[in-house]
Design a binder for this molecule. Structure first.
Ligand SMILES: Cc1cc2nc3c(=O)[nH]c(=O)nc-3n(C[C@H](O)[C@H](O)[C@H](O)COP(=O)(O)OP(=O)(O)OC[C@H]3O[C@@H](n4cnc5c(N)ncnc54)[C@H](O)[C@@H]3O)c2cc1C
Length: 509
């Protein structure tokens, strides 16, 4: 019998990977190695301020320094991704949404019956302790991730004014954004305690890290997955410049929607023309790798706050309005999110109101220019290339302008800075302004999507196993079939929960 260094290697300790490693290592007989490119901070005392303070996302200190082009007419700019245990869950805004049942029923209808709403709901419940609702038919009361909503008296003035503005305009008040049938305006469910962001490193690895059968190896890049006769048998890693191979019975890739496809390509799994161009020997030709990238594009007005209203130390987001776009059949396909602060312009800290397309139809892709481990993929998002997304965004911008004009918002703001009245009045000016300035919702997904073997766009089957190979699973946002109408952290943790349960079942004795 072959002897392996570990039973399971999980690559990437983010929203998906940390959950898989924590869940599988609950079985003391399965030896798990979790590999992370960024650093690991084993306790709260060691955790740097940017990872603790959820009021700001962390954009620099634990970031991959990626760049992206939102649309074909926009400038290339920074695209944040976390590089640390916890991954992007350790740098994010901590909005904790699930999406709507039709998101997952659509995944099921596209050949993945294990992912219907009915099938994913138990995992959504398992991952949370909902501090407002406790254990109910739709909520969990004992999971690792605490989730709660701000009370009215915790809202900063602009966030409170936003809710009042929604009421003024006649929108419905929402009791719970994670109730599958609810809609309207309310504080966001969020996974934070005070100002502490509860990442998967804290919620999942915290209680697991002392287990003798779990090893966390930080500051280590996985270069490629190693195969023997079509079966993954381990990975090749680089730590402090030294290359080494580590073996395992099974490998789970969880490097996120940008880096999992990059590891696949370096391992010889991807579109034939890409592998040939980069001089990588093909292990398995899969044309969907790095394709079909989706996100939630956003745009909105910037507002000048009245003196004393905006402050860089406030929570950037506390509330949202979820609604169905005019003329759309996609329930809750839009969000309007007030941003307590954005950036300084002429010495003024501006506020924002982002209209985000949460059910988007446009697809972008990743371009790989080198097989080098340090090469960064090019992110060509192609937002708004599907006209349906553009129409929803224009409708969202119009609604955002209505909110800015309410009495409630006028009480905290001295008016809108951009778009200008001239831009709003002239479609010939507005259209290029929208296309030039639309930006990421920070939710890249679907770049190694799930689907049946006869779907040539699919990279993994519905249990996450890479088509045509054995022993290699993917458990992160890249396997989403279509981006759900939710911020993607909680849906990715749900994926980690399910993949963890399956890997544990397969590897357990
Ligand atoms: C600034 C920002 C704000 C966001 N805000 C929210 C929010 O409020 N709510 C929400 O729901 N979502 C939010 N998101 C999105 C959410 O965090 C992600 O969707 C989620 O973390 C994706 O999980 P993942 O496992 O796919 O990838 P990640 O969480 O990014 O994890 C991937 C991990 O793999 C590691 N890795 C990559 N390549 C390698 C390699 N070769 N070897 C070893 N390790 C590697 C990375 O360092 C990283 O730790 C935000 C994201 C960002 C960046």
């Amino acid at each position: 019998m072959t002897s392996f260094d570990y039973d399971l290697i999980v690559v990437g300790a983010g929203a998906g990977g940390a959950v898989v490693a924590a869940r599988v290592s609950e079985d003391p007989n399965i030896r798990v190695l979790l590999i992370e490119s960024g650093p690991d901070y084993p306790n709260l005392e060691a955790l740097p301020e940017d990872l603790q303070n959820v009021n700001h996302s962390s954009f620099f200190d634990h970031d991959w320094a990626l760049r992206y082009q939102p649309t074909t007419t926009s400038r290339v700019s920074a695209f944040p991704r976390g590089r640390v245990t916890g991954g992007s869950s350790a740098v994010n805004t901590a909005i904790a949404l699930r999406g709507v049942p039709s998101d997952y029923d659509e995944w099921a209808s596209l050949g993945n019956p294990l992912w219907s709403w009915e099938k994913v709901l138990p995992a959504f419940k398992r991952l949370e302790t909902d501090l407002d609702f406790g254990e109910t038919a739709i909520h969990g009361g004992s999971g690792p991730l605490p989730i709660r909503r701000h009370t009215r008296d915790e809202l900063v003035p602009y966030q409170a004014a936003f809710l009042d503005a929604c009421a003024e305009l006649g929108y419905q008040q929402c009791l719970d954004h994670n109730d599958p049938v609810d809609t309207g305006y309310a504080p966001h469910p969020m996974n934070k305690r005070g100002t502490l962001r509860i990442s998967t490193a804290i919620a999942y690895l915290g209680p697991a890290r002392d287990r003798p059968n779990l090893t966390i190896r930080a500051d280590t890049d996985v270069r490629r997955v190693v195969f023997q006769n079509g079966e993954a048998t381990g990975v090749e890693v680089r730590t402090a410049g030294v290359i080494e191979s580590i073996s395992a019975r099974q490998v789970v890739l969880a490097c996120g929607a940008i880096h999992s496809p990059a590891v696949l390509v370096r391992s010889g799994i991807g579109p034939r023309d890409v592998l040939d161009r980069l001089g990588i020997g093909a292990v398995r030709e899969l044309s969907g790798v790095g394709q079909h990238m989706q996100d939630h594009p956003a745009i909105g007005p910037t507002l000048v706050p009245k003196p004393g209203i905006a402050d860089f130390n406030q929570p950037v987001i506390q509330t949202t309005l979820r609604y169905t776009a005019t003329g759309s059949d996609d329930f809750n396909d839009m969000q309007l999110e007030p941003l307590s602060f954005m950036h300084y312009q002429g010495g003024t800290l501006l506020m924002g109101l982002a209209a985000c397309v949460f059910k988007s139809y446009s697809y972008g892709c990743l371009e790989f220019e080198s097989a080098d481990i340090d090469a960064k993929p090019r992110l060509l998002m192609d937002y708004l290339s599907d006209e349906r997304d553009y129409i929803k965004l224009v409708d969202g911008l119009r609604r955002a302008m209505e909110i800015c004009a309410t009495k409630a918002v006028a009480a905290v703001s001295d008016g809108v800075r951009r778009p200008t009245d001239a831009e709003l009045a002239d479609p010939a000016l507005l259209a290029p302004w929208i296309r030039r300035n639309s930006a990421t919702g920070a939710h890249p997904s679907c770049t190694a999507r799930m689907g049946p073997a006869d779907d040539e766009t699919a990279v993994v089957d519905e249990r996450g196993m890479v088509h045509g190979l054995r022993g290699l699973r993917i458990a992160d946002a890249s396997i989403m079939v279509r981006v759900p109408s939710a911020n993607t952290n909680i849906p990715t943790i749900m994926i980690g929960e399910r993949m963890g349960a399956w890997a544990r079942e397969e590897l357990g004795t």
